[in-house]
Design a protein around this ligand. Structure first.
Ligand code: URA
Length: 230
């Protein structure tokens, strides 16, 4: 992504930044950025299974399931909490104001759901009134997410918000104390980094600077670990 556009997105985040002359070049591209390859063979059956799921009570109140969107071979997997009202109507994750901010956050580090990210949630169905997911709902839905992770094989998971971070890491440590380090998740020991949920950032704009620190931490970890030659 060009520095000019990145600055635009940082502006949308409400973050002033200083860019050294040496850094005025494109953010090194993330590998596997073109969504050209076909999804893994499990992908479409999994999608069909999710759309007909009745494993928990949310099946009765949802309009649509929200499987996730993006590149099914993405190196980055963003995991949020659960669909809200608009996501439930459209069947796509993060479509409201929080989604716009999420996209701006991703663009600021050279990522987009059209290219090199897959975006999903802990839950595929909306909890009524946007209440927190219940443990039994998370337990019922987690196998779908695990199968998505097994199919995508992301190099890095970005857990946005307390619900995703605490459930994925099976902890009740506050989100603020989970930030700033690389956790490991699942059978492939996938790297997992935690940041704030964009809906929280909309309510607490003063925290956007910390989210920007998290994004840079994730970007630098990715570059240093995976991006050969950049
Ligand atoms: N918040 C989430 O966590 N996920 C969505 O899809 C929308 C809002």
């Amino acid at each position: 992504m060009r520095v000019g556009s990145r600055l635009q997105y940082l502006d949308a985040l409400g973050i002033d930044t200083w860019v050294p002359r040496a850094a005025r070049k494109a953010v090194p591209g993330q590998a596997r950025s073109a969504p050209a390859a076909a999804p893994s063979p499990d992908w479409l059956p999994l999608q069909a299974e999710v759309s007909g799921c009745v494993k928990c009570g949310l099946a009765a109140t949802r309009t649509r399931t929200v499987f996730g969107v993006g590149n099914p071979h993405a190196d980055w997997l963003v995991i949020g909490e659960a669909p809200g009202a608009e996501e439930d109507r459209q069947g796509r994750p993060f479509v409201g104001a929080a989604g716009k901010l999420l996209d701006a956050m991703l663009q600021a580090i050279g990522l987009s759901r059209e290219e090199n990210v897959f975006v999903a949630n802990m839950l595929k169905c909306r909890p009524p009134g946007n209440r927190d997911p219940k443990p039994e709902e998370v337990a019922a839905c987690l196998p779908y997410l695990m199968r998505q992770i097994a199919a995508i094989k992301p190099k890095l998971i970005l857990a946005v918000g307390r619900i995703a971070a605490q459930n994925l890491l099976a902890t009740d440590v506050p989100l603020g104390r989970l930030r700033g380090r690389v956790h490991r998740f699942g059978p492939l020991s996938t790297a997992l980094i935690v940041t704030y949920h964009p809906a929280y950032l909309l309510r607490s704009p003063a925290e956007k600077r910390k989210a920007w620190e998290d994004l840079k931490f994730a970007r630098d970890f990715f570059r240093n670990t995976f991006a050969s030659g950049s």
